[in-house]
Design a protein around this ligand. Structure first.
Ligand SMILES: C[S@@+](CC[C@H](N)C(=O)[O-])C[C@H]1O[C@@H](n2cnc3c(N)ncnc32)[C@H](O)[C@@H]1O
Length: 214
């Protein structure tokens, strides 16, 4: 059964301090996390001065690349519901001296997007949000002309045998992934709401990059 919002917060409170380290452990099984993050952020097509919202930003592992893309005159808004993850993000922002990163603590389901954003990003987070369809719909609506909504996340490969699916879920269980999340398909929502849509599978179909544009 999928975790409740409270269970997700409790889990990420426990993981926050060592999140960056443990997320990197996927390199051991050949998951090129940083390269995929870079591809996702490049896909946003951001320009200096732009505003970008990251849903489920966690400790801010994408902030360096986002910050570089929008420059000092741009704006990065990180949204997450786990206080401890945001505390790590806040510390990262303080350490780097970034003056244009705002952090918002809320459930993505309740987040009110600002108008006319140039990009919305979510990496390894939207599948955890039961209301992902509504979040995507609302995020697409506020995109400025030429804006993009980019999702990088895990999924199950088509026609994967059940033993492989169970094994994959086991490896992602420490981050709140349960078997029933395989039925959540955020990329389909993006395909419905965005005017332009492209998707590429990564890591033998266990991950994907989906790009919706207006
Ligand atoms: C696996 S982490 C990913 C963090 C970051 N995006 C990254 O790529 O490293 C998932 C994050 O999503 C957040 N999250 C999960 N469900 C959420 C929700 N409904 N609203 C806001 N944040 C949520 C968790 O608190 C956690 O920080």
């Amino acid at each position: 059964m999928a975790l409740t919002a409270k269970e997700i917060v409790d889990l990420y409170r426990r993981r926050a301090e060592r999140y960056d380290l443990t997320a990197n452990l996927y390199y051991l099984i050949g998951f090129r996390e940083q390269a995929y993050r870079k591809r996702a952020i490049d896909s946003l097509g951001l320009q200096p001065g732009d505003t970008v919202v990251e849903i489920g930003c966690g400790t801010g592992l994408n902030f360096k690349l986002l910050q570089r893309a929008v420059g000092p005159t741009g704006r990065v808004i990180g949204v997450d519901m786990t206080d401890a993850m945001l505390a790590e993000a806040k510390e990262r922002v303080r350490r780097k001296g970034w003056a244009n990163v705002e952090l918002v603590r809320t459930d993505a389901a309740a987040y009110v997007f600002p108008d006319q954003v140039n990009g919305v990003l979510s990496t390894f987070a939207l599948t955890l949000v039961p209301e992902f369809d509504d979040v995507i719909r609302r995020g697409v609506v506020v995109l400025a002309p030429g804006g993009r909504f980019v999702i990088l996340d895990f999924k199950m490969p088509d026609r994967a045998p059940m033993w492989l699916v169970r094994f994959a879920v086991l490896t992602m269980q420490p981050f709140g992934v349960t078997l029933d999340l395989a039925n959540r398909h955020p990329w389909e929502s993006l395909g419905i709401y965005a005017e332009g849509f492209a998707m590429q599978e990564l890591y033998w179909g266990f991950s994907y990059l989906a790009i919706g544009s207006m």
